[in-house]
Design a protein around this ligand. Structure first.
Ligand SMILES: [Zn+2]
Length: 250
């Protein structure tokens, strides 16, 4: 089982165009994040499949090949998308950029350089039929949860599915999630929904810290930006977290 999983990971790994060596070194660590999210790199990035049972990518991200992440990030995304569907029968999760194969600078972003960042489009629902739909693009949602652009006028921020995604990430131990950037007014909607449904107090406490509107970029009313911490193994190999370290992170 472990050998099969390792073979799958190796098959999905990006080994770089100049890799002449056919047999990988015995201790090759694939999908390792190195350095900081805004100046680091990705050692042998793992390709998140561009289409899966519970997710898909935007066409822009597919075209630019920004579907590579650390092993921990790719595992978290696959698990989270499956969990949301399992509990509330969601449409596919739509993903934007992770990182490029080897990480480094990626147009339009300050971070996304070390395989620990991902942009995730919101789950949406039809305002008239309440049918849940896969996200259609990066469109802003207002304080009532309504999409503000004509192209998505009938769509609303789907609280149930988006909350399930957030709570799954908040509960993850491997990796731990440092930030979920999102606009203040959407954070308020999510927290109000979670409190009303009697959410576990520890998850609510984490949500108040981890959900945050960034101060030096867009408010994030059109997607979540999720950033994970380095794993202990990555830290030993040069991975570095900036910013806060929450008290539940070991
Ligand atoms: Zn982002």
């Amino acid at each position: 089982m472990i050998r099969a999983a390792a073979a799958l990971v190796a098959a999905l790994a990006c080994v770089g165009a100049d890799a002449e060596e056919r047999t990988p070194p015995a201790k090759l660590q694939v999908g390792t994040s190195v350095g900081q999210p805004w100046s680091g790199r990705l050692d042998t990035g793992i390709a998140m499949p561009t289409e899966g049972r519970h997710h898909r990518f935007t066409s822009t991200t597919k075209k630019r090949g920004a579907n590579f992440g650390s092993q921990a990030l790719v595992a978290l995304l696959l698990r989270a998308a499956g969990t949301v569907d399992h509990y509330v029968q969601s449409p596919p999760l739509v993903l934007g950029d992770l990182s490029r194969c080897g990480g480094g600078k990626l147009g339009g972003h300050k971070s996304h350089q070390a395989g620990r960042d991902v942009d995730i489009l919101f789950y949406v629902e039809d305002t008239q039929t309440q049918v849940r739909r896969a996200a259609v693009g990066f469109y802003d949602f207002d304080a009532e949860g309504r999409c503000t652009k004509p192209a998505c006028r009938r769509l609303r921020f789907a609280l149930r599915e988006n909350w399930w995604l957030v709570r799954t990430m908040l509960w993850s131990k491997r990796p731990f999630v440092q930030y979920i950037f999102v606009a203040d007014w959407l954070k308020a909607r999510l927290l109000a929904y979670a409190e009303k449904r009697g959410e576990h107090p520890e998850i609510l406490r984490r949500a108040r810290k981890v959900l945050a509107q960034p101060r030096n970029s867009s408010p994030h009313a059109d997607h979540f930006h999720v950033r994970i911490y380095c794993t202990p193994e990555e830290r030993a190999r040069g991975c570095s977290d900036g910013g806060p370290r929450w008290d539940w992170v070991k």
